[in-house]
Design a protein around this ligand. Structure first.
Ligand SMILES: NC(=O)C1=CN([C@@H]2O[C@H](COP(=O)(O)OP(=O)(O)OC[C@H]3O[C@@H](n4cnc5c(N)ncnc54)[C@H](OP(=O)(O)O)[C@@H]3O)[C@@H](O)[C@H]2O)C=CC1
Ligand SMILES: O=C(CO)[C@H](O)[C@H](O)COP(=O)(O)O
Length: 469
């Protein structure tokens, strides 16, 4: 019997769809799931793709059904499940077989697993996959990390299943170790920030401008025809326009305002702090998700102080102001994400291909957006330049930072919380202020701790002030 070209473990939301995608592209695939009934129903429902899929009830059968050297994708939750699967597989695999973790792993875990694999085998590749269920089925973006030879071995399959932008696969090798999962984490950090800023504009429209969900959805749909064209704006419009079949109410009106999270945004800001890389928009987005879960405390605050949001005066803000503010916020947030990627190169001895990352993100992934093609061009021209200083994006910022300031200031004056947009504005203002206020910090540090400071009028690093104790 012919053996499969690849195996996959974990037939959940992502794994099931990836397996169908792989089969559809003409590859024979063996699949295994912890719960056997899932494997059976997956195969029964695979339709005409079923003949390309070998369902397996245990790991021995899975391994035996794959051609050597084997490649097996793991699509299970991050953390212990991945380690458990690797440990279970190790007993059945040869040293030159390849385990591919395609989940959202913390890249530190991927680094560790790559080191363990280098010592004891089997081989190991960590790939970030983005696009959700639909992307996994019809074309995700894929960010690989590990040994180039292992990427090359499975690249024909990964390129075939990836989304295509003008015919180019949205899949790329990012470098060694955990670099693929690091790039995916930063992708998710940007995703958090993008989603949060969109949610903030929705809040201004709903609470400040008194628009209903349908009207907000119509505005998002219009924005999706302009500079903001992106998957997240598109689905925001669809979410806002949807009606709950049970109650007949707008879906948005019956969804609780408590956002879930699986940890990738948090990983991104923790790592950014370790690297001293400023990503304030992403930090604000993670903070906002954390605050969203404090439902009781927020209710207590509203009872005590009165509800914050106030209706805006007629004509105070237009949908165009919000659109332009979002354009500026989006550029600044992506700029921070790419700066974070760059700042990881030296400490991890990576050479992350920033222009290629922008190319990979152009389609298939959750943050795909019309701007990414221009970002790829700007990064190709000058990979070391902050995106906000690239002429194309600098011109957009010059045109739209006024709208960002208007939205943030009017929102603040009327109790409409816009933390991510505010952070985008603060970042922008800080990054165009040659003389900031850290001289005061240095004076304070020297006063209480004799930490020393630099002077504006002399060379040297260890000056002290005439502080009277
Ligand atoms: N959903 C999404 O949009 C995206 C998810 N990801 C990542 O992909 C991975 C899978 O996510 P998703 O498909 O959404 O998750 P699901 O919860 O839909 O599926 C999880 C799968 O993992 C299996 N599983 C769970 N725990 C274990 C375990 N301890 N040992 C073995 N198998 C286990 C489940 O098997 P069983 O049927 O037995 O429970 C199931 O097949 C995660 O790392 C996630 O972060 C990445 C990109 C997008
Ligand atoms: O990786 C993804 C999209 O790119 C997953 O959907 C992930 O679960 C999103 O993160 P969170 O669950 O924390 O919102």
């Amino acid at each position: 019997m012919a053996q499969s070209q690849i195996g996959l473990i974990g037939l959940g939301t992502m794994g099931g769809m990836l397996a169908l995608n792989i089969a559809e592209k003409g590859f024979d695939i063996s699949v295994f799931n912890r719960t056997t009934s899932v494997t059976k129903s997956f195969h029964e429902n695979a339709g005409e793709l079923a003949s390309k899929i070998t369902p397996c009830e245990n790991l021995e059968d899975l391994v035996a059904s794959i051609a050597k050297p084997r490649a097996i994708i793991l699509m299970v939750p991050a953390g212990d499940p991945v380690d458990q699967q690797i440990a279970a597989l190790r007993a059945h695999l040869d040293a030159d077989d390849l385990i591919i973790d395609a989940g959202n792993a913390n890249f530190h875990d991927t680094e560790r697993r790559a080191e363990e694999a280098a010592k004891a085998g089997p081989r190991f590749l960590g790939i970030g996959v983005s696009g959700g269920e639909e992307g996994a089925r019809h074309g995700p973006a894929i960010m690989g990390g590990g040994e180039q030879q292992d990427w090359d071995r499975v690249a024909p399959i990964l390129n075939a299943i990836a989304a295509k932008f003008d015919g180019t696969p949205c899949a790329g090798f990012m470098g060694k170790g955990g670099s693929g999962h690091f790039v995916k984490a930063v992708h998710n950090g940007i995703e958090y920030a993008d989603m949060q800023m969109i949610a903030e504009t929705y809040g201004v429209m709903r609470d400040g401008m008194g628009l209903n969900s349908q009207a907000c959805g119509d505005i998002f749909a219009k924005w999706d025809e302009g500079a903001l064209k992106s998957y997240l704006i598109e689905i925001s419009g669809k979410v806002a326009r949807a009606t709950d079949p049970e109650s007949g109410e707008p879906m948005l009106d019956i969804i609780l305002d408590r956002a879930g999270q699986k940890g990738t945004g948090r990983w991104t800001v923790i790592e950014a702090q370790h690297l001293a890389a400023p990503v304030p928009v992403i930090e604000a987005a993670v903070m906002a998700r954390n605050l969203s879960s404090r439902l009781d405390a927020r209710k207590q605050g509203e009872d005590m102080f009165g509800a914050a949001p106030e209706a805006l005066p007629e004509g105070a803000l237009s949908a165009e102001d919000l659109e332009n503010a979002l354009i500026a916020g989006k550029i600044l947030c992506y700029a921070q994400g790419f700066e974070l990627l760059r700042s990881a190169n030296a400490p991890f001895d990576w050479d992350l291909p920033l222009p290629d990352i922008a190319l990979v993100w152009r389609d298939g992934c959750i943050i795909r957006s019309a701007m990414l093609d221009d970002m790829a061009s700007a990064l190709s021209e000058s990979p070391d330049r902050n995106l906000m200083y690239a002429p194309y994006f600098a011109d957009l910022l010059k045109a739209h930072h006024g709208a960002l300031r208007k939205v943030v200031s009017i929102a603040a004056a009327h109790g409409l919380a816009v933390p991510a947009l505010s952070m985008a504005l603060s970042y922008f203002d800080t990054m165009r202020t040659a003389r900031g206020t850290a001289n005061m910090i240095q004076g304070q540090r020297d006063f209480f701790g004799a930490h020393g400071f630099e002077r504006t009028d002399r060379e040297g690093t260890d000056f002290h002030g005439p502080w009277a104790m």
